[in-house]
Design a protein around this ligand. Structure first.
Ligand code: ATP
Length: 140
């Protein structure tokens, strides 16, 4: 059975959307395996976003992700990796379909792409890697 790493980013936390995102995950039938409100360390974020290092949005993204608490979760369910990305919607909330988390709850403004409420793993390899970053005690 598949597992994915989900982050409810600091904008989602600040806006009080944690429960709404978790509700959608559970409504879809996915199981919460681990859940923690935490403040990300620079090291965790550097590991998590290693593939984006050097891109223009990298430093602002790490700063934003350090700007307050976030919620990390491990979810479980058949097909939950593409399934959660489908629940999340397109990276840019302006382009995300209605019915998706970003489409329904994302805001249209200059930082919409950066502050897009959630992250979800994009492959089984990413999920395994990301789960060890945020939940070192858990076997993926
Ligand atoms: P995630 O991995 O967070 O679900 P994603 O896979 O849809 O999102 P990626 O391309 O992996 O998007 O980018 C990771 C994150 O980096 C995005 O969720 C967003 O917060 C930020 N990001 C990506 N592209 C941009 C950009 N052009 N400007 C600002 N931030 C960006």
């Amino acid at each position: 059975i598949d597992r994915s790493l989900v982050l409810i980013k600091p904008d989602g936390y600040r806006r009080g959307l944690t429960g709404e995102v978790l509700r959608r995950i559970e409504a879809k039938g996915y199981t919460l395996v681990a859940l923690q409100v935490t403040s990300a360390t620079r090291e965790q974020l550097a590991q998590h976003y290693a593939e984006h290092e050097g891109k223009p949005f990298y430093e602002p993204l790490l700063e934003f992700m350090s700007s307050g608490p976030l919620t990390a979760a491990v979810i479980e369910g058949h097909g939950c990796i593409p399934g959660f990305r489908s629940l999340a919607g397109a990276t840019n909330p302006t382009e995300a379909a209605p019915g998706s988390i970003r489409g329904d709850l994302g805001r249209d403004w200059g930082l919409a792409v950066q502050q897009n409420i959630v992250h979800g793993s994009d492959s089984p390899e990413s999920a395994a890697r990301e789960i060890t970053i945020w939940f070192p005690g858990i076997a993926s």
